[in-house]
Design a protein around this ligand. Structure first.
Ligand code: WQD
Length: 338
């Protein structure tokens, strides 16, 4: 079975390639290396001993996408990660996000709708819920007006897939991630943020290693027990395994609808201060931070209902927040001590 993983050299993509190989799938990675490096392949091989096929390709190049699917006619499924994903950047440069995230998806689907059978897993995000009304957030929670162009590309992407699935052979599963963190326990692959990390956990580990002076905590006057925002931090390996299970659901024709949606989280909410405490415990050292003003666009609270993923997909997370933070710290110390 041959599976295409777009963005397969990225953070979640590379961890999913490992889990696909562990399950015996042959993997073809598509990546344009705009936010990743070919060195990641070495990390994947170090873990599984298997070398994925790698095609350097920009999915915004419609003709290259067509040529790719003419070359690989025996594809059984596609897991689509390739997208720009920095919320702040998307506000400053919306067209970069609409062009990259939407046209890439369209060109991919134009090739998939030609096939007899097309199994498509889409990387979506809990950001589509905005500030949900009820916690935990289940898949029936309303999709609210996007808080950023990045979030809007995920909402629009989901709608495009639903419309295409109605009139084509495409079967799809939309996976709405909560907050992916951590790294493979081998520390052979992990998150490689370019520049100053926007996300909490890589900023924490870079502060812990001394790359950053201190963490700015964006507000402690939210309506939460300790005043800081609450999120559902999910270990990236748990998340990767969910992608394999979603793909297998389609390959085995277990899906009940042409397009199904699953929230992927631990079901547990953790505040920023609780994440800092976890890091202090894991790294066994005090952690420098200060409370500053809120960040525009942050929601107060978001954590997943895991019922549907548990009962329908048959998947649940195995790692705790401390496990994920420990793996992130092990990765950071390894890549900085090269
Ligand atoms: C988490 C919490 C911040 C940095 C975003 C996207 C989501 C997904 C994950 C791509 C918030 C606080 C953060 C810092 C801080 N991205 N924080 N100081 O915003 O929940 O989700 O990233 O798929 O789609 O929306 O994640 O890690 O940026 O922030 O205090 O230096 O940490 O305010 O409360 P977020 P995050």
């Amino acid at each position: 079975m041959k599976i295409v993983v777009t963005g397969g050299l990225g953070f979640i993509g590379s961890h999913t390639v490992v889990e696909l190989q562990n399950e015996g799938y042959e993997v073809v990675i598509i990546d344009n290396l705009s936010n990743s490096s070919e060195d990641v392949i070495k990390g994947i091989v170090a873990i599984t001993g298997k070398t994925p096929i790698f095609e350097k390709l920009d999915l915004r190049d419609k003709s290259s996408v067509k040529v790719f699917f003419e070359k690989y006619t025996d594809i059984n499924g596609v897991i689509h990660f390739a997208a720009s994903k920095a919320v702040g950047e998307s506000v400053k440069n919306p067209l970069l996000y609409y062009e990259n995230n939407i046209s890439s998806l369209i060109y991919l689907l134009q090739e998939l709708e030609k096939k007899e059978e097309a199994n498509f897993i889409f990387s979506s995000s809990c950001t589509v819920y905005g500030q949900a009304d009820n916690m935990p957030i289940d898949e029936n929670a309303s999709v609210k007006p996007a808080m950023s162009p990045y979030g809007n590309t995920k909402q629009i992407g989901e709608e495009i897939i639903i419309d295409v699935a109605k009139v084509s052979s495409v079967n799809a599963i939309l996976l709405r991630y909560f907050n992916p963190i951590g790294a493979h326990p081998s520390a052979e692959i992990g998150e490689l943020p370019i520049g100053v990390p926007q996300n909490l956990v890589p900023f924490i580990t870079q502060t812990g290693i001394g790359l950053r002076k201190e963490l700015m905590v964006y507000g402690d006057n939210y309506d939460t027990p300790d005043g800081t925002c609450i999120r559902d931090y999910i270990h990236v390996v748990d998340l990767a395994k969910a992608h394999v299970m979603a793909l297998q659901r389609l390959l085995n024709k277990k899906n009940i609808e042409k397009v199904e949606t699953f929230n992927l989280g631990t079901g547990v909410g953790s505040s920023v201060l609780e994440v800092i405490k976890s890091f202090e415990k894991v790294s066994d050292k005090p952690f420098p931070f200060q409370i500053v003003a809120r960040r525009e666009g942050d929601v107060t609270m978001a954590y997943a209902s895991t019922d549907k993923a548990n009962q329908v997909l048959g998947w649940k997370t195995e790692s705790s927040l401390d496990d994920a933070i420990e793996s992130a710290w092990k990765w950071e110390t390894k890549i900085r001590n090269k």
